[in-house]
Design a protein around this ligand. Sequence first.
Ligand SMILES: *Cc1c(COP(=O)(O)O)cnc(C)c1O
Length: 370
Amino acid sequence: MILVTRSSMPSMDEYIEEIKSLWETHWLTNMGVKHQELEKNLTEYLKVPELVLFVNGHSALECILEAMSFPAGAEVITTPFSFASTTHAIVRKGLNPVFCDIDPHTYTMDPDKIEQLITPRTCAILPVHVYGNMCDVQAIQKIADHHGLKVIYDAAHAFGVTKDGVGVGNFGDASMFSFHATKVYNTIEGGAIAFKDSSLRTVLNHWKNFGICNPEEVKYVGGNSKMNEFCAAMGLCNLRHVDEEIEKRRHVYEAYQRNLQGVEGITLCQAQAGVVSNYAYYPVVFDESKFGCTRDDVFDALAQEGIGARKYFYPLINDFECYRDQYSSADTPVAKWVADRVLTLPMYADLPEEEVNHICSIILQCRKEK
Ligand SMILES: *Cc1c(COP(=O)(O)O)cnc(C)c1O
């Protein structure tokens, strides 16, 4: 049985060594020593000016939307080709998502389709660096500046990605990272907001702790989104090995490329100029008119052999039961086309090359049988 991903973990000894001191201090959460150290180390690793840790990526996204204090009902332009979290955060904070279509090559928001969606109620753009592919950050910033909008990136897939040496978390006003167990880098559950404006640090720290500013002053109606010391300790350990993990992922990526590049009817992600990838996912788009069978046929053939590929992202967010009364995926035809044909193949650091070859032979076999 091969699953689509497998969480990175340090050796048990390394983790135990890291958490030992917690039995001396009995300080388990509320911005303890591990939390402070991880915040510092991640700020350096991600090459960002400021970073605040959270219990998970989703809460981090909700918190930055709260901290920006947009007027109730304001519109946020986002993409339907993402994980549920991106749109849910907008809606749960009392804002209105407006769906923009995606670019057919990077699957990120198509900047040429943003301006037609801007209204007097638009307050922000919330694009996603899908699969670690970098959005057209320059085009998006230009539009945002022209219309006075905030830009908040969902960088949950983009840990460690750089463009011309600049960390992905430097673009826009803020970027959300997720350190969920299934991501390239994990703290079991965890997340962060990277940002430029240093005055946001205090605000975010208050928002994530019930809006409490000091024991006798509560300024905001905040929730509880603090990362605990055990998760921070896991993060300290995993950060020591993440470069090695990404390097191993690159080998898996190359093995897939050797098997699938140039196959009629298969579209693979192209490397982006100046962008150093983290090889977070291996998405493949199957065009049934040329490949000879559908994405679902391939999915079923793999499942039959105990291989768990993932229809990611499918369905589109604007097709979710909770949104489809108000939105239509017909309005985002490129995203709809890709969502109906994409499959992410198993991808993790320790996936052996023989397994990659086996997975690819099932895929190619599937084509022959049709
Ligand atoms: C994982 C993910 C999130 C949510 O992060 P959590 O840490 O699981 O809360 C948000 N957006 C995208 C695109 C993700 O992949």
